[in-house]
Ligand binder design. Structure first.
Ligand code: KIV
Ligand code: ZN
Length: 508
């Protein structure tokens, strides 16, 4: 029996970006899109252009960068959203408009407050409208798995009659089970003959830990495409994990009779880049890409693997790209070795970017014995995230102690000018943030969250600080890295303030 090719849509930059606390900048999305193209996914869902100017710009930049994959943009069933998405996708070689509208009674009644007939009219209107301007239109009946079957069929038929090329069935709240979902996909095929002319895609969430199982069950029932995210990123418990879907199809082609166009040897690199860009760490026990996925602790297992690795390994580490022997970089490493490592990690910075990242690498290598791949990822991300900043850290001094109020004296550069302010605070970090507020002339910024993590282990570990601030009802995140956690925190706060200043300047 010949294997079917199952297409993969990566929605890490859209649904994955809905992971709490995750926000990717334009340059970060461009870097990640390049890696997804190298990975060989069929479709990249790059964002929701009508949701913010930043997302519009990101979709536009990804559309200008990627040529092999379809670039997809999400829209509500509104002509305005479609106009915005069409503009963002103007330069895409293979654009696709993805329209969604809820089909479940719960969503129609309580969220959208519209009748079934109004929903069908919106689907007919917006799908036909998008189809006039875009060669590919995908339609998703949101919350499909909690919808009335007859109404779900009517909605899908409406989308198909209006010209939809792809019908994507989402299990929006991760509610279904493998048997039920495969049954749904089969019944839809039986009930809607026109579905055989469309691509049937599925989109599963992991609230019950069944997203991958449900997606595979749907493939077994005839689905031709799976939407998923790298590392299972996504809202709440996340989406179906791309690497798990791909490797399950790869390893069990004997029974699933399906494979993908994905180059599995790029999986580890993609996973690590996603973890670095989002600062959402991969749990050690995570299937396929977790740190422990190929380690054997017990003596019996070790003995077995040494005799024949197939005793306890169902795939080779090399199959997912884990065979690379990498040199450790340190303070004596030159620009050439550094550039080569950037390429190995999947980053394609221009000369200016390499210069900036190499400069930071040298600063860090001076303080740290070995600079790891995780450190390099953090350096690159800090650079990508802060590319267009107004303020830059010039210097800081902080006095702090257990019997005194902390005091920060801090200078920021804005072009050729340097501005200095002093401010007190509850602790050194709060004092530094207050000094930055003073320089930026802001008393409206609220610090919503602050966290610091060690990028790697050891006393000389690089610290990565992340902050979330809000001003005038909008949130902005920032990140900074340094071997000094106060400096990392200051840089993260400046990064967030810069984004806030830039967004407000854009709004005029
Ligand atoms: O989970 C969901 O229903 C979605 C749709 C927009 C496809 O993400
Ligand atoms: Zn979703």
């Amino acid at each position: 029996m010949e294997n079917r090719i199952i297409q993969i849509t990566d929605t890490s930059m859209r649904d994955g970006e809905q992971t709490p606390g995750v926000r990717l900048g334009v340059q970060q999305k461009v870097e990640f899109a390049r890696q997804l193209e190298r990975l060989g996914v069929d479709v990249i869902e790059a964002g929701f252009p009508a949701s913010s100017p930043g997302d519009f710009q990101a979709v536009q930049s990804v559309a200008q960068t990627v040529s092999a994959c379809t670039v997809q943009a999400l829209c509500r069933a509104m002509r305005g959203d479609i106009d915005t998405a069409l503009l963002a996708l103007r330069d895409a070689k293979k654009p696709c408009i993805h329209i969604f509208l809820a089909s479940s009674p719960l969503h129609l009644q309580y969220k959208l407050k519209i009748t079934e007939e109004e929903a069908l009219a919106a689907v007919a209107d917006t799908v036909a409208y998008a189809k006039k301007f875009c060669p590919c239109v995908q339609f998703s009946p949101e919350d499909a798995t909690r919808s009335d079957f007859d109404f779900l069929c009517r909605m899908i038929e409406t989308a198909l009659s209006a010209g939809a090329d792809v019908i994507n069935i989402p299990d929006t709240v991760g509610y279904t089970t493998p048997e039920e979902f495969s049954d749904l996909i089969r019944r839809l095929h039986d009930q809607i003959p026109a579905l055989s002319n469309a691509i049937v895609s599925v989109h599963c969430h992991d609230d019950l830990g069944l997203a991958v199982a449900n997606s595979l069950a749907a493939v077994g029932a005839g689905a031709a495409r799976v939407e998923c995210t790298v590392n299972g990123l996504g809202e709440r418990a996340g989406n179906a994990a791309l690497e798990e879907i791909v490797m399950a199809l790869h390893v069990r082609k004997d029974i699933l009779h399906a494979c993908t166009n994905v180059n599995t040897r790029e999986l580890v690199r993609t996973s690590r880049m996603a973890a670095s860009l989002t600062a959402v760490a991969v749990p050690p026990g995570k299937s396929i890409v977790g740190q422990n996925a190929f380690s054997h602790e017990s003596g019996i297992h070790q003995h077995g693997v040494l005799s024949n690795r197939e005793t306890y390994e169902i795939m080779r580490p090399a199959d997912i790209g884990l065979d690379k022997n990498t040199l450790i970089l340190g303070k004596l490493s030159g620009r050439h070795a550094f550039t080569q490592r950037l390429e190995q990690l999947g980053y394609a910075l221009d000369d200016k970017g390499i210069d900036a990242a190499f400069h930071r690498f040298k600063e860090i290598a001076d303080k740290k014995t070995a600079v790891t791949d995780e450190d390099i990822g953090a350096i690159v991300n800090e650079y990508l995230d802060g590319l267009h900043g107004k303020y830059w850290l010039d210097s800081f001094q902080i006095q702090s102690g257990n019997h005194m109020k902390s005091m920060a004296l801090l200078s920021l550069r804005d072009g050729d000018e340097v501005f200095t302010e002093a401010a007190p605070g509850d602790g050194p970090i709060n004092a530094a943030f207050n000094a930055i507020d003073r320089i930026a002339g802001r008393d409206d910024i609220v610090l919503e969250s602050y966290s610091i993590r060690a990028v790697t282990e050891g006393t000389d570990a690089l610290g990565e600080a992340r902050v979330k601030i809000s001003a005038a009802g909008t949130s902005f995140s920032g990140r900074g890295v340094s071997t000094d956690i106060i400096k990392a925190s200051i840089k993260a706060y400046i990064n967030a303030v810069n984004k806030c200043v830039a967004a407000q300047a854009e709004e005029g």
